[in-house]
Design a protein around this ligand. Structure first.
Ligand code: PLP
Length: 403
């Protein structure tokens, strides 16, 4: 269990000891991301065992690419999902072998495709006809075979934020099934330049409505059956990532039940599919495992609104500003005193620079430290240099030791 209260103070419990977060934050005296690495590995295990069949997990490193987290995930034998040459290079530097790397993304450049082909990565997930043409052309030029899967767009409503929906027919991601004959013809005419591995989909992120995964899997599976019936052998079916977490509250048992339910539903939807099943989870693995800690610089009370002005904000964690995403915000040390409602804001010159709207705090004062919860996914990786504040440091704990 990542972060717990011990006599009113937030602590990380690892290796039989309590790591006091306030002590750690005060010693750093700067905003920090603090990650529970052990929980990352526990959640990967939980996801793997939630399926009733073998499944190849390719962790979506875009969610959090702290090098020690990547090293541990690689050492535990999982694969990785990447979306740029930068991510492929970092993954391989951190111990993933090329045959554990999947490359997704709509805008792959020639340099990225060349790098993937030269290194013979496991699979390139193709997002358009011109991309497949480019891959074939580059494979022929390099004299090496590229392994490709087609990312299909199943036209499913994942009922998540529109900015994180990727499986609607009017999204830029994936391909409509009507392109399949053309794609297959290109493979067949490529004279062995590409190896057709299978189909994939990824319908979005922070998906809480899990029926959407079933619908997407069923629709993509029908496309897959169609390809197999035409006598083309395939080896993989990649069901993407996207499983969300409940940002409003945290109950570890409920989390595990939700992961279990997802695995069960997907296992049922995949019954009879005799291929390697791949997944690309990010948020559900690392989201819970991180907090962002920040110090209250000023308690600013006005006749209209009260603010806790902190030294961290949208430059470290953009999710609230970008999606109006909700993160629980609590003091590192609980206090008693007058209770008031505040907006928790940062130092950035934008009114969107908010970490939490209308939050209730008791006895809060200048110099107090706050934790922004569930900041392990799409936090530090989406940080910006806007206003040139020093970025939040990232500290990960494994087995009670900081990295
Ligand atoms: C292709 C692909 N796979 C996997 C993921 C991981 O999604 P999530 O972190 O929601 O599991 C993403 C992110 O949106 C993605 O674009």
């Amino acid at each position: 269990m990542p972060f717990v209260r011990k006599e009113g103070r937030l602590a990380l419990q690892q290796a039989g000891q309590d790591i006091d977060i306030l002590t750690l934050a005060q010693s750093e005296s700067h905003p920090c991301y603090i990650y529970d690495g052990d929980d990352v590995l526990n959640r990967l295990k939980a996801l793997k065992s939630s399926f009733d069949r073998p499944v190849s997990i390719h962790y979506a490193m875009k969610a959090n690419h702290h090098p020690e987290i990547l090293r541990r995930i690689a050492a535990a034998g999982y694969g990785v999902d990447t979306v740029s040459m930068g991510e492929v290079k970092k993954a391989m530097k951190c111990g993933f072998s090329a045959d554990q790397v999947v490359l997704s993304g709509v805008g792959k450049t020639v340099a990225e495709i060349d790098f993937a082909i030269e290194n013979q990565i496991k699979q390139i997930n193709v997002e358009s006809v011109p991309e497949l043409q480019r891959i074939i052309h580059r494979s022929q030029a390099l004299g090496k075979v590229a392994s490709v899967a087609f990312r299909m767009n199943p036209d499913v409503d994942p009922k998540t934020h529109p900015y994180t929906s990727t499986g609607f027919r009017d999204n830029k991601f994936g391909m409509d099934q009507s392109f399949l004959p053309q794609l297959i013809r290109l493979v067949q005419d490529s004279q062995g330049a590409v190896r057709f591995m299978g189909l994939t989909n990824h319908i979005g992120s922070q998906i809480r409505y899990t029926d959407a995964f079933e619908e997407a899997t069923e629709k993509t599976r029908r496309m897959l059956d169609h390809v197999l019936e035409s006598g083309i052998p395939l080896s993989t079916f990649d069901i993407g990532g996207g499983l969300g977490i409940d940002y409003d509250q945290y109950d570890p048992n409920k989390d595990l039940a939700e992961i279990g339910d997802y695995g069960l539903k997907m296992s049922q939807a995949l019954k009879g599919v005799d291929l390697e099943i791949m997944t690309e989870p990010g948020r559900v693995i690392v989201g819970r495992c991180g907090i962002l800690v920040t110090e209250v610089q000023y308690v600013k009370e006005t006749p209209y609104k009260n603010f806790l002005i902190c030294d961290s904000g949208m430059h470290d964690l953009i999710r609230p500003a970008l999606y109006r995403a909700h993160h629980r915000v609590e003091p590192l040390q609980l206090k008693s005193g007058e209770t008031k409602i505040y907006d928790v804001v940062g130092p950035i010159c934008e009114s969107a620079d908010v970490l939490g709207y209308d939050r209730r705090f008791e006895g809060v004062e200048q110099g107090d430290w706050l934790a922004v919860f569930d900041a392990g996914a799409y936090g530090a990786v989406m940080a910006s240099s806007y206003n040139l504040h020093e970025p939040a440091k990232e500290i990960v704990f494994f087995d009670g030791k900081a990295y």
